[in-house]
Design a protein around this ligand. Structure first.
Ligand SMILES: C[S@@+](CC[C@H](N)C(=O)[O-])C[C@H]1O[C@@H](n2cnc3c(N)ncnc32)[C@H](O)[C@@H]1O
Length: 295
């Protein structure tokens, strides 16, 4: 799913006003704390450790979209109207993604990681924070082209149920295909990208076999635990929304879910540097943010 707002470009609809008195800002902080606590206790979604500035901007945008006068009014609506909660989730969790996003990372994956994966009799892959599935389908294509599909299982998870349903359908806007074809070619694709979908009206329907190795399910990185041991984990462009505590919790969860010498792939603007986990990994590809667990 793409979005006019890139996931690292915050919307400018709301900006912090230096004129706002300190007492008013304190009140907003309290209301945001209460909103996050209420959502956590009632729905189980934990935004309490999301990076504050970005969280506040998104909440303020939602207030203006919904025509609500205060964060407390939003709390009331969210608690009593599940559809409002869905809209809250969609607004807060930026779902920007693409097939073969950051093509150079896929080239590095083919050259530096595939030879390692080929030594395993079976391969388990986890896409944590998979959004509408483009990253998992790209991996499915890569594994097929490298002859590893039949003995691979891809677990693709996100905490947003609506986006997981979307991902399961394997349907994408047709007008994205030109950009995805260019990404695929730059990513070292071995065939013609058009072999992987059929066009129907304004939609591209992915060939069903790409879904065969993939299990889509809900998983919340902020509250859920490890559920398997993986040879490779992708957690790209998810932790940028978390504060240091939550990021460390997630890194620990990913670490505990990786087999020895397993591979961890982060987003190009994320890094293990200066985290407590840096010492447990060696960098396989710097720009691609591809790491190998060594301890
Ligand atoms: C920007 S998208 C990244 C998609 C894909 N990994 C990529 O890089 O193209 C971030 C995704 O993380 C998901 N997300 C945010 N917080 C999460 C959490 N606590 N647990 C699981 N997924 C989460 C969002 O729903 C969203 O789909």
């Amino acid at each position: 799913m793409t979005d006019a707002v890139s996931d690292n470009t915050e919307s400018s609809e709301y900006t912090e006003n230096a004129e706002i008195p300190a007492r008013h800002r304190q009140l907003e902080q309290i209301e945001i704390d209460l909103l996050c606590e209420a959502i956590y206790r009632y729905y189980g979604f934990d935004f309490r450790q999301y990076a504050r500035a970005s969280l506040k901007r998104r909440i303020m945008n939602l207030l203006s979209l919904e025509g609500l006068g205060s964060i407390s009014a939003l709390q009331d609506r969210v608690l009593h109207d599940r559809q409002m909660m869905e809209r809250f989730l969609l607004n807060l969790s930026i779902n920007v993604t693409a097939m073969f996003r950051d093509p150079a990372m896929y080239v590095a994956l083919r050259n530096k990681v595939v030879p390692l994966l080929q030594t395993y009799p079976s391969i388990r892959v986890w896409h944590a924070g998979c959004s509408s599935g483009e990253e998992a389908y790209s991996m499915s294509i890569l594994l097929e082209e490298e002859g590893m599909s039949s003995h691979s299982k891809i677990y693709a998870t996100d905490f947003n149920e609506a986006i997981i349903k979307h991902a399961q359908a394997g349907v994408m806007p047709l007008n994205e295909m030109q950009a995805y074809t260019a990404n695929y070619q730059k990513a070292g694709g071995k065939r013609s990208f058009s072999e992987y979908y059929s066009a129907r009206y304004d939609r591209a329907i992915l060939v069903p076999r790409l879904r065969n190795p993939i299990v889509f399910s809900r998983h919340n990185l902020a509250t859920d635990g490890s559920f398997n041991e993986f040879n490779i984990i992708f957690c790209r462009n998810v932790m940028i929304y978390f504060d240091d505590n939550l990021r460390n919790r997630v890194l620990e969860l990913l670490h505990n879910s990786l087999c020895r010498f397993g591979i961890l792939v982060l987003g190009t603007k994320e890094s293990l540097q200066f985290t407590p986990f840096e010492q447990y990994y060696k960098e396989l590809d710097g720009p691609g943010r591809i790491y190998q667990r060594i301890r």
